[in-house]
Design a protein around this ligand. Structure first.
Ligand SMILES: Cc1ncc(C[n+]2csc(CCOP(=O)(O)OP(=O)(O)O)c2C)c(N)n1
Ligand code: SF4
Length: 369
C-alpha cells in the first residue's frame, strides 16, 4: 500500500525559538512567500540527504532569521554579500552544499555587483532569488524590481520611468553570461506554480550536488504587508501583473552538458606567509609570532561606544565618520560592519585579518545591524 506522509522536514527546527519567551512561531507575515520557499528547500535537503553538509547563507532582508528555521550550517552575511561569502565557503569546503538566499533588494540593488560576478565565474553554488518587487523588511520601499506604476512608500504616486527608470530583469541579464549553468524564473500564486517552484529548487540543488556550476532560481513571491494587500489578492497580482513583466520559464539551462569547474584550494602553511607577503627578513620572526599569538591590549577588547539606529545607512555613515576621525587622529583603523547578532565574532575576525598591522594605536570599529 502506498502511504504518503505529510510531515515537517527534518531540516526544519521543531520550534522557531527566536528569543526567550513565547517567540516560537514563524515571524513571517501570513501569506508571505518566504515560508513556502523555506519548506521546499528543507524538503529537498532531506530528500537528497544534505542536512549535514548544507551551508545556508542568510541575507539581510525579511529572511534574515532563516537560521532559526533551517537546521543546517548557517552564516549571516552583510547586505548583498551572500554570493561572495558563498563563493568562499564552497571553495574552501568543496563538499559542502552552499545556498545563497537573497531578496530583490539584497540581490538586485546593493548586491547587484556580487551576483553578477559570482554568476560570471560560474561558481558551483545555488542561489534562490526571492523577488517580491519591494523591500519588505524595512517597511516597503521601492526595489529595482518594483513595477512601473507600483506604489511603495518611496514611490507613493507609483514608480515612474521618468523618475526611477525601468524595473530590472536580473535573471535575463545573468542568462546572457557564459558562466551560469541554469537560470529559471518561477512564481508562488497557485498550486501548479508552487509545484513548479518546488521542482526548480530541487533541480538547482541537484546541479550543485553533481558539480555542474552556477544555478539560480528567481521566485516571484508574495509580500502582502509590503504591497498592502490581503494574501488572496497577492496571488492574483503576481499572476496578472508581476508575471507580465517577469515572464516565467527557463532562461538558461546547460545542466545536461555542463561539467562545472573544479576550484582548487591551496593551503599555505603559516610559516610560508611572511615570505609570500615579501616581508623583510629581519621582521619575519616577529611577524610569525604575530600570527601565532594574537594579543590585543585589554583596553581595545570591547567597543566603548554604542550607537542605536533604525534602517542602516545612518549607522554606516556614523561608522565611517568615526573611522575617518580615528585615521586623522593618527590611529590605525579597521572598520568592520557586522550584521546580525554575531557581533562578538567579528572582533576576532577583525584582529586576525588586520593582525600584521596591529599596533597600540589600532581602532577596531565593529557595527552591528
Ligand atoms: C548596508 C545596509 N543598507 C541598508 C540596510 C537596510 N535594509 C535592511 S533589509 C533591506 C531591504 C531588504 O529587501 P529585500 O532584499 O527585497 O528582502 P525582503 O525583506 O523583501 O525579503 C534594507 C535596505 C542594511 N541592513 N544594510
Ligand atoms: S514584509 Fe513581506 S517579505 Fe517580509 S515577512 Fe512580511 S510578507 Fe514576507
Amino acid at each position: 500500500m502506498y502511504v504518503k506522509a505529510y510531515q515537517r522536514p527534518k531540516s526544519f527546527y521543531g520550534q522557531f525559538d527566536r528569543k526567550p519567551g513565547d517567540h516560537v512561531t514563524t515571524h513571517y507575515c501570513p501569506g508571505c512567500g518566504h515560508g513556502n520557499l523555506h519548506k521546499y528547500i528543507a524538503e529537498a535537503i532531506d530528500d537528497f540527504g544534505l542536512q549535514d553538509r548544507t551551508v545556508f547563507v542568510n541575507p539581510v532582508g525579511c529572511s534574515v532569521f532563516a537560521y532559526y528555521y533551517l537546521d543546517v550550517g548557517n552564516i549571516q552575511v552583510p547586505h548583498g554579500r551572500a554570493p561572495a561569502v558563498a563563493t568562499s565557503v564552497k571553495r574552501s569546503l568543496p563538499d559542502s552544499i552552499v545556498i545563497s538566499y537573497q531578496g530583490d533588494g539584497d540581490l538586485a540593488a546593493i548586491g547587484g555587483n556580487e551576483i553578477m560576478h559570482a554568476a560570471n565565474r560560474g561558481e558551483n553554488i545555488t542561489v534562490f532569488f526571492v523577488n517580491n518587487a519591494i523591500y519588505g523588511m524595512t517597511g516597503g520601499q521601492m526595489a529595482p524590481t518594483t513595477l512601473i506604476g507600483q506604489k511603495t512608500i518611496t514611490s507613493p504616486q507609483g514608480r515612474s520611468v521618468e523618475r526611477e527608470g525601468f524595473p530590472l530583469r536580473v535573471s535575463e541579464m545573468l542568462a546572457t553570461l557564459e558562466g551560469p549553468t541554469y537560470i529559471e524564473r518561477v512564481a508562488l500564486f497557485d498550486n501548479k506554480s508552487r509545484m513548479k517552484a518546488r521542482k526548480a529548487v530541487r533541480k538547482a540543488l541537484q546541479n550543485q550536488i553533481e558539480g555542474r556550476g552556477f544555478s539560480l532560481v528567481e521566485i516571484l513571491s508574495p509580500c502582502p504587508t509590503g504591497w498592502g494587500m490581503q494574501p488572496g489578492e497577492t496571488c492574483n497580482w503576481i499572476e496578472e501583473r508581476l508575471t507580465k513583466f517577469f515572464p516565467l520559464g527557463v532562461l538558461k539551462d546547460e545542466s545536461a552538458t555542463r561539467e562545472g569547474w573544479t576550484r582548487y584550494r591551496e593551503v599555505v602553511p603559516a610559516d610560508q606567509i611572511p615570505s609570500i607577503l615579501e616581508l623583510p627578513e629581519e621582521n619575519q620572526q616577529d611577524n610569525l609570532q604575530e600570527f601565532a599569538q594574537p594579543e590585543v591590549p585589554a583596553c581595545y577588547r570591547n567597543p566603548q561606544i554604542k550607537i542605536a539606529g533604525f534602517g542602516g545607512q545612518g549607522l554606516l555613515f556614523l561608522g565611517k565618520l568615526l573611522a575617518e576621525t580615528g585615521m586623522r587622529s593618527g590611529y590605525h583603523v579597521s572598520w568592520i560592519p557586522s550584521y546580525g547578532r554575531r557581533c562578538a565574532e567579528a572582533l576576532p575576525i577583525a584582529r586576525s585579518i588586520f593582525r600584521p598591522n596591529r599596533s597600540a594605536r589600532h581602532w577596531y570599529l565593529i557595527h552591528r545591524f
